[in-house]
Ligand binder design. Sequence first.
Ligand code: GLN
Ligand code: ZN
Length: 752
Amino acid sequence: MTHSTPSPTVGATVLGYPRIGPRRELKRALEDHWAGRTDEAALAEVAARLRADTWAELAASGLDSVPGNTFSHYDHVLDTAVLFDAVPPRFRDLGLSPLGTYFAMARGRDGVAPLELTKWFDTNYHYLVPELGPDTVFALAGDKPVAEFTEALDQGVRTRPVLLGPLTFLLLAKAAPGAPAGFAPLELLEPLVDRYVELLGRLAAAGADWVQLDEPAFVADRSDAELAALREVYARLSAVPDRPRLLVAGYFGGFGPALPVLAGTGVEAIALDAVAAPEVLDEIPSVPALRDKEVVLGVVDGRNVWRTDPGRALAACASMFGSVGALSVGTSCSLLHVPYDLSAETGLDPAVRARLAFAREKVGEVVAFARALREPGATPPPVGSVAPRRDDAVRARAASVTPADLSRAPYPQRAAAQRDRLGLPPLPTTTIGSFPQTGEVRRARADLRAGRLDRAGYEARMRAEIERVIRDQERLGLDVLVHGEPERNDMVQYFAEHLDGFAATEHGWVQSYGSRCVRPPILHGDVSRPAPITVPWSAYAQSLTTAPVKGMLTGPVTILAWSFVRDDQPLADTARQVALALRDEIADLESAGIGVVQVDEPALRELLPLRTSARKSYLAWAVDAFRLATGGAAPATQIHTHLCYSEFGDVIEAIDGLDADVTTIEAARSRMEVLDDLHAIGFRRGVGPGVYDIHSPNVPSTGEVADLLAAALRVVPADRLWANPDCGLKTRGYAEVDRALANLVAAARASR
Ligand code: GLN
Ligand code: ZN
């Protein structure tokens, strides 16, 4: 199968496909089932139909290898844990059906805590973290990959089952609560690989001729021991007699040192991500062992929504002939991360739409590129000449940013000016921004959208809600108030809707976790702010009270992280444009009399590159973007930032670098550990470690909050410490929030 001349057989495949349903059919079926409205059979019917539709569509598309086992009722990491019987006793003891146990692991049940949910590499998808201990006994308890293979085969489609690879599975897992200190899930590699051997046998017996094993953990830095384990595992799996051929996939980056390791084993094929890691194009020719392997070259971006430039993609593929045994055109990663179908979007600006490709269109690209490589006459049409929205004023302004724009007066000077202006007590209390989004608020938004309510009526309702939230906070005795964000559907979408350069889709849903989907805005061109966005709401809130009201903005990094972002210029340049728009918003807030402004950056950690070598330059532009957004604020304006959704060990210095006057940060569950990290690097500005875990419906008692504050006071003096919840209160109910905030205020006062 070695080709050294450019007249090759070129394959076409994708590494995975969305599974929530083109109209989120699975979401609805799941939520009906969880609410007790439907039984397992009804859910199974919807699931089977979605699988059948996906196989039929992919088989008809012209791909020559269709991925299988891409369906999931919730999450593919959870599927893998259950497949190998890694079910912690607390879920087994519930005595539920297999599917009931599965959902209990995902969502918790009867007071039993679910598995931890965490981010899937640097994406906005979340997986459930398997809990493994020395007493975990793997068994091939399930047959999902085999059953779905057979189901597809009955439909006439011989799929290539996709499995999470054993190493990535273990590297993503965590030690079970009772495991001895120092236990690492990787210790369970041998018995787990035994089960993979068994599974490969079953898949072969069912008729599978290819299996895909995903090992994205190896696009991050790995130790020599881990690379050695990679070699042993794939040497062993490829030595299994009568097995399917093996495709090992690495995505969200390049395999780097893992590439020659894998190429040295007996696996037949390797999938590489040439979008996130264009350097793989240079690495492939330098690995001689690849001349006997098939390479699936991921030239179509599985994580973003842009059409692929055929010229570049074809050139990249063609340059591989001679260096690889066989070539397939592929997606960079699973298409899980993009919406289904562009044809559903009828409201998009045609100039933007012409540049887009969703999952279905990306499959079409892969097929067209493979055909063009096989039959050089069949070159696909070039991407139209539609250029991104261009705003020369924005570009000129971004180009003329100077270091002075990024710095404010020295902190001591600012702190003094803010003390004079705000007159806050030691240990001031505040919240993170949103208050519970009541049914009324949601209904008003829906009514506005449906035309049942006009703009004036909608704004009146929002003002009424803001007044209620202000009065509530005055009654509770909070020191720095918020307007409650009732007018925001989502902290990124809201800004995207009010900035030029963004587009919104109607059906562009992407799974975030389980049944939860997000519809990321599309940042398609130069960004500018046609008019003030938050100013009228914040100014109205401030007009109701003499207490300071905090303006509330989403930071540039988070706006980028939760949008589909143009890929024709560096992220740093795009971030700078967003930052300039926010800078103007802050200036307008200041003019409207707002003295405190919070710029949320919960996604600061999220975009951190997987390889440590790339982190420094990311953090540099991310921090600069925040500082550009906030750097124009007067010394007496108190700038807050807020961080959550992750551990911050890797970004502690960057948090300091933001130079915010006050940093509120998720900490309730980790018992304030982040404070030690901040203290250790010399962080000496205001900090508000969360003392109320808003992810749980529990109401913390005054004593519990006081204990957390006492723990914090051991590291941070009272004149720099704030008392606040972990995050926004949007998803909570008023009954619990009122009690929790009353206790928070009481605890802060008692601690003063
Ligand atoms: N200001 C936002 C809110 O309170 C922050 C949300 C977040 O950090 N995710 O809802
Ligand atoms: Zn938060």
